[in-house]
Design a protein around this ligand. Structure first.
Ligand SMILES: O=C[C@H](O)[C@H](O)COP(=O)(O)O
Ligand SMILES: C=C(OP(=O)(O)O)C(=O)O
Length: 353
């Protein structure tokens, strides 16, 4: 018998016309899965805690850690339940935020994430995907963990943004005006990644653009087109993720980024993504990157205020073959396993004590 085809290899049925299916409005989904006053207060406190790090009022290291993508909410909750006691154990030196990435940008094509295709079979049940994403994030907030995600499709943001403590604008969209406008209206702290070519100027431009007020085209809470006015987001920062397969986390790169931020009149605050081009896409190298960042911090590099790690219950990655998936293993980029994650976070906290 032939092996099932990976999603990206599946033949596309020819479409002769575009089709439209209605989605619930953000207001409808929020009404179905509301946040109570305690949950709202918790998210507000989580945002404030991250802002304190960015403003230098708290010298802990911000750590955004978790799966490259969420494809199985049960495994994500299992991961979150393990992360809670670890986050508490290191809370004196690290502020731990969980990656709950429900949208994936693709270099060409591939599975686009839980929000798009929650059944992992190309059926693209987006109403279910949105509801599952919101439900999962709400449960993670209930566990006490701040939630991080990448905001890729601006239309998705109003369904989820009240749950987010931190959001990424990814390497493929940092240069997009639409994403900068989106960031300027968010209450969450936003990390702008450098471009996929390693260029940091696009992210510095994005930080400046997002800090300003904007008027932009958007969909309102009821799903109606609106002209949105945003206040500007002062809590954004650069994320160094390497580019073109070359890392950019060494002291010379960090110093260059710090200078470029200062020359642009910005307070130099940056996060190093230990994965992606910084690990040369080898998940096992994320530890090396983290150790180098810690060494720079201990040598007095105050601009370094955060790190990102891609980690799941079990290490590595697997092809997306519905019905043949291993539990707790990434279906997108390869991740560290739980034991290495625990070891690295404990080690980071010890070194920073
Ligand atoms: O973080 C995940 C990936 O690096 C990103 O989504 C691009 O994925 P792709 O190159 O596998 O499409
Ligand atoms: C897609 C991601 O990163 P980048 O935008 O750096 O490729 C990610 O962090 O999942």
């Amino acid at each position: 018998m032939n092996a099932p085809l990976a999603l990206a290899e599946q033949p596309q049925s020819p479409m002769t016309e575009s089709l439209e299916r209605p989605l619930p409005s953000p207001a409808q989904l929020r009404q179905r899965l509301p946040l109570d006053a305690d949950q709202r207060a918790r998210v507000a406190a989580q945002r404030e805690a991250i802002q304190a790090i960015l403003e230098g009022r708290d010298d802990r290291l911000l750590v955004v850690v978790g799966p490259c993508s969420i494809h199985d909410p049960k495994a994500a909750l299992d991961y979150a339940r393990r992360l809670v006691p670890l986050a508490e154990a290191v809370a004196d030196r690290l502020l731990v935020v969980m990656r709950v990435y429900v949208e994936k940008p693709r270099t060409t094509v591939g599975w686009k994430g839980l929000a798009y295709d929650p059944h992992l079979d190309g059926s693209d049940d987006m109403p279910r995907g949105l509801a599952l994403s919101r439900e999962l994030m709400r449960e993670i907030v209930d566990l006490g963990l701040p939630v991080a995600t990448e905001l890729l499709q601006p239309m998705i943001a109003p369904y989820l943004e009240d749950l987010l403590a931190w959001a990424a604008i990814g390497a493929r969209t940092t240069e997009s005006q639409i994403h900068r406008e989106l960031a300027s209206g968010l209450g969450a702290v936003v990390g702008f990644k450098n471009g996929t070519d390693g260029g940091i100027q696009v992210a510095i431009d994005a930080i400046q653009a997002a800090a300003r007020a904007h008027h932009h085209f958007a969909l309102g809470a009821e799903g109606q087109p609106v002209m949105r006015t945003t206040p500007g987001n002062a809590h954004t920062h650069l994320v160094l993720r390497g580019g073109h397969g070359e890392p950019n986390y060494q002291a010379s790169h960090v110093a260059k980024a710090r200078r470029a931020l200062s020359e642009a009149g910005l307070t130099p605050r940056l996060m190093v993504d230990c994965s992606h081009a910084n690990s040369r896409k080898d998940h096992r190298r994320q530890g090396e990157v983290l150790l180098e960042v810690l060494a720079q911090r201990l040598a007095g590099e105050t601009a370094l205020c955060g790190v990102m790690l891609e980690s799941h219950l079990h290490e590595g990655k697997q092809p997306l073959k519905p019905g043949a998936l291993r539990y707790g293993v990434s279906v997108t980029d390869a991740c560290l396993g739980w034991e290495s994650t625990e070891h690295l976070l404990q080690l980071a906290a010890r070194r920073l004590r």
